[in-house]
Design a protein around this ligand. Structure first.
Ligand SMILES: Nc1ncnc2c1ncn2[C@@H]1O[C@H](COP(=O)(O)OP(=O)(O)O)[C@@H](O)[C@H]1O
Ligand SMILES: [Mg+2]
Length: 293
């Protein structure tokens, strides 16, 4: 406990540059849950903490940090100063890059759609020669998925039905890192989202979109509550452990060969899953924190 009182005292880190109501709602829900549990939770943006002096002051003042951002450098600096972060910087980093997620989980035998990180190019150069896509087609066959290394809401995930489409997708990506992935065709527009806190599922929904191969709610996907199978729960719990996460949204494809991990979100939005299932994700996160500090 901090020196000033015997009630746990922490702070929420949010991004200074994201101001949409979607994000603000999450922050206020976490604050409400903290208050209801007698936990003090101040709020800082990453732009208020980027100087080392601010990091040092925060580390002295607080017992924990609820880090709801992807400013990985700041997260590591706070940890180096002795703070316990929920999620830890490593967990955030492991999710932030879909290439890193695949590279770290493949050797651990976590089932995923076959994934091929594309060759690196320079930001100001782009993919000036796309002939390597032939090798991707040989391995994955058409159609295949192309994803930018970083992205959310399905906005940086594309389906290449032809080689011409694949080339034009890469033109649109410019020089940003990307991967290609086998398209799990029986899951077109359908996946499940499991919200995990610790090693436990606190809510799960099936998402489906008749009009798009991506199931994301923000892209028009509809949701219904779902009960994950034991295999799906084990997959999600294993991923939480390997990726060093306290809480996350785990996306799983229900393929004909069993559950395949699609991706992991370290800062999952929870309004849709709460509306769909009646779960209280903010309470579950704050309760977990209070039990783990
Ligand atoms: N390999 C795949 N095969 C079939 N559908 C996929 C595949 N990868 C992604 N999708 C669909 O696209 C959606 C968005 O992909 P995802 O990797 O979760 O990116 P984002 O971070 O943008 O949500 C998924 O929820 C899923 O419906
Ligand atoms: Mg997703």
């Amino acid at each position: 406990m901090n020196a000033r009182s015997d009630r746990p005292s922490g702070f929420l880190v949010v991004n200074a540059f994201l101001n949409s109501s979607k994000f603000n709602e999450i922050y206020s829900r976490l604050g409400e849950s903290a208050r209801s549990m007698g936990i003090s939770l101040d709020v800082y943006s990453n732009a208020e903490l980027f100087l080392d002096e601010a990091v040092g002051l925060a580390a002295e003042k607080y017992d924990f940090c609820l880090f709801w951002d992807k400013d990985i450098r700041l997260a590591s600096r706070l940890e180096e100063s002795g703070l316990r972060l929920f999620n830890p910087s490593r967990g955030i980093e492991n999710c932030d890059s879909k290439i890193k997620t695949a590279d770290m989980l493949f050797p651990k035998r976590i089932p995923m759609p076959e994934t091929i990180p594309l060759p690196f190019t320079y930001d100001n150069v782009g993919y000036t020669d796309t002939s390597f896509l032939e090798q991707v087609r040989e391995r994955l066959s058409l159609p295949f998925v192309i994803k930018e290394e970083r992205g959310s809401f399905g906005a940086q995930v594309y389906l290449a039905n032809t080689m011409e489409e694949a080339v034009s997708i890469l033109e649109g990506i410019g020089g940003r890192p990307a991967l290609a992935q086998r398209f799990v065709s029986e899951c077109r527009g359908r996946d499940i989202r499991i919200n995990m806190v610790g090693r436990k599922c606190i809510a799960a929904m099936e998402r489906y979109n008749e009009k798009d191969f991506r199931a994301n709610i923000s892209g028009g996907g509809k949701a219904s509550p779902c009960s994950p199978t034991q295999a799906e729960l084990d997959l999600a719990a294993g991923v939480m452990e390997l990726m060093e996460l306290d809480f996350a949204g785990v996306d799983i494809l229900r393929s004909k060969d069993g559950p395949l991990l699609c991706e992991v979100n370290s800062n999952p939005h929870f309004r849709s899953i709460e509306e769909c299932t009646g779960a209280n994700a903010a309470d579950a996160i704050m309760k977990y924190i209070s039990e783990n500090i």
